[in-house]
Ligand binder design. Sequence first.
Ligand SMILES: [Zn+2]
Length: 117
Amino acid sequence: MQLRCSYCQTMFALSREEMLAGLQHMSAENLNYYDAHCPKCRRANRVERKRMEMFFPKWKEAIKAMTKEATQAEKETGPAKPAPAEKKPASPKPAAKKPAKKNPASSKKATGGAKKK
Ligand SMILES: [Zn+2]
């Protein structure tokens, strides 16, 4: 929805996500307005809840769909893991026997750098 800042007269738009967040917040806190912040002067412009609901009448369904998706995603990938995990098959190889191998490059060192103390 389009809004006009009452302080600096800047026109700016509220996205669906912002309206949803605002409506959800108002519903949770029992508020009748939402503070939309102007992108230019950063001041809060009050938007009436009724007005926003008129712009987004199906917001409750949208929130339901959103939370449903979120819970499904959590079930599939686990919470707090945004990166998709690469599926690595369990390796049949046992761990390396000797972790500390002698560096093959050490033989090269012997030929050079003799002047250093
Ligand atoms: Zn402004």
